[in-house]
Ligand binder design. Sequence first.
Ligand code: HEC
Length: 380
Amino acid sequence: MPRLLFPLLGLLTLAGATLSVPAGRAATEDPAAGLSSPAEVYSAACAACHGQDGRGLPRERVGFELGLPDFTDCSFATREPDSDWFAVAHRGGPARAFDRRMPAFGLALSQAQLEAAVQHLRTFCQEPDWPSGNLNQPRPMFTEKAFVEDELVLTFGAAVEGEREFELEVLFEKRLGSSSQLEVVLPLGLVEEPPDPAQPGTGGWAGGLGDVALGIKQVVVAVPGSGTIASVIAELILPTGRTDGGLGGGAFVVEPALSLSQSLGPAGFLHLQAGAEVPFETQAEVDVFWRAAYGYTFEQADFGRAWSPMLEVLGSLAVEEPSAVHWDLAPQLQVSLSTRQHIALGLATRIPVEPGNDRAIGVWAYLLWEWFDGGLGEGW
Ligand code: HEC
């Protein structure tokens, strides 16, 4: 089997002479021992398959049919955070439901060497306008994050008190180039209307399409060193929903907003968003809103499921009545479902907290699919 020789040779060199790291060295041992520069670690351990240039060696050189990823392709190579690549390098392809032919290096290389290899992988994308995947933090239920994605999110909401009210929202997000994103929101509503005693036969369920929204997001600042990314968002809300059933607002509305996401240490994060809802009709009410979400990601076992509890604080007011501020708290949890972590579940409750309010508590859930990273049935 001469075709198997190349990767095998690579692995042997790796365990032997070049790095002088005995195979079996645990990642917890002195990471400085035998440490080489990122380029050296990469050449010794990774280039046998991924190629010196990061494009991946052809099938005849690696000896298997499976195509290798092209790390010079920024659209692919900037999506994942370092921690994901580290997991794959440490535990092998199956750590993120990739193929076993991506070997596990956790016993052969120290933590520092694996980090160095990942750091070298990062140098292959040469276009600086692609924001780093390290800036991509978990998605809160209501605050829009600054990172741009290819994503489909199905959100379900229900009021738990008062009128029975359900909402289903389909959100489709498509990345455009390096730092823009298009979004389409399709809401469906179902409301139980109380019967009017004066008019027999009234009441019952009203349902249908709500106000469809089209949006565009543009990253304006991305500083991986400080973990900061900021975007401007512009949304156009169309009056497609029936106003009599309470499904639509009945007017064209533009919603400009600013969004900022900040990493806090290795696993904490903060999202901030502020904006306004401005109806086209001049006499209609302008609403201003601000939102903040703080969260922290816990990893289950080594490289396992990601659990991200978050707390959102949501504020809004009508410009005509600035003293009447609405405040909501939304404690919530996001958890990755698939091994690839491209499918996740979010659960939240939204509690109105300003004194004297008569707004209902709501429960919310979303199912999120980052479709660029794999199909619905893949990556489990
Ligand atoms: C024996 C060949 C081989 C070697 C050596 C190798 N890889 Fe891989 N690697 C692969 C294959 C094959 C895949 C694609 C797996 C798939 O698509 O299912 C892959 C995929 C990856 C991915 C996943 C990219 C993604 O899709 O998100 C990362 C990260 C990676 N390799 C890093 C490394 C690092 C770092 C090293 C060196 C420490 C290394 N690889 C050495 C074969 C190899």
